[in-house]
Write a protein that binds this ligand. Sequence first.
Ligand code: G3H
Ligand code: ZN
Length: 296
Amino acid sequence: MKISDVMKIAYKKHILIPAFNVAYLPMLKPISDALCECNCTGIIEVSRPDIINFGAKSIEAVALEFEKNADLRYCFLHLDHVPVIDENYQAIDWQKLIKTGIELGFDSVMIDGSRLAFEQNIKITRTTVKMAHQKGVCVEAELGSVLGHEKEKLPPYEEIFEKKIGFTEPEKAKIFIEETTVDWLSVSAGSIHGAISGAAKDRKKPSARIDIDHLAKINEKAKIPLVLHGGSGISPQCIKEAVKNGITKINIGTEIRQAYQKALKSGKNFAQENVKKAVKKILETYQICNSAELLK
Ligand code: G3H
Ligand code: ZN
C-alpha cells in the first residue's frame, strides 16, 4: 500500500500513524524493529535539524540506512522539515533538498514555509506539490508555527497556549489547502518542538497540551490528514482526543533522541536497545500496537 492510501484510511478511521525522527543513523534499525514487533505501521523521518544539529549525516545516508535496515511491511520514509527560512532565520535552498528526497525515493516530503507570509507559503508549497506529485510523492506543509526549534528563549508555555501564539487559523487552513492541494497539513494548536541547540537540547522537554476546540475548528475546515509536530511528551489522553479531531501523523523526535544519547554513555549496543524500548513504550502508551491490521 502507498503512503497516500495509508494516511487517507488512517484519517478516516482515526488511526494514529507515528513518525520517528532519526537524529543518529543507528537509531533507524531499532525504530523499524519496534514497529515490526508491535505490528504497527509507522514512518521513519529525517529533518534538516537532525542532519545539522545531530548525527543523521545526510539525506542520502538516511535513505541508504533505510534501504539496509527498514522493514518495508511497516515503515515508510519521510523527509521532514525542509525549511524555506530555517530556525536561525537563514534562507535555505529548499528546492535542492526537496529534489534530493524525491530522487532518492522518499515516500513523502515536508516543505516548511512556517516562517513565511501566508501568500509566500502558498506559493512555495504549490511548487513543491507540483515537483512531488509528478513522481507520486506526498507533500506535507505547515501553516501557523510550531515553535521551539529557534535559538531564542520561548515565551512561557502558558502564554503560548493562552494567547494562541503561532496557532493555525482555521479559515486560512481551508484557503491554503484549496490553493496548494497539499496532502497533509502540519498545524499548530498547542504543541511545541523540543529544543535542538545549546544546553536546552539535553534537558527534559516542557510538557505541552493541545487546544482540542481549536483543533476541531481547523479539522472542520481542512478535511485532510493533520500532522502534530513536537509530539514528545504529550499526554495519551490529549493525543486520543487529537486523533478524534483530525490528527493522523504524530512526529516524535526529542524523546527517542534523548533515550539514545543517554544510553550512548553506557555503550553502543545498549543505545540501540534503549531506542527500541522507548519506541515500543510510545506505541503502547498511545495504544497503536497492531494498527497494521486496521489499515488493511
Ligand atoms: O521536528 C520534530 C518533530 O516535530 C518532533 O518534535 O522533538 O518535540 O518530539 P519533538
Ligand atoms: Zn517538527
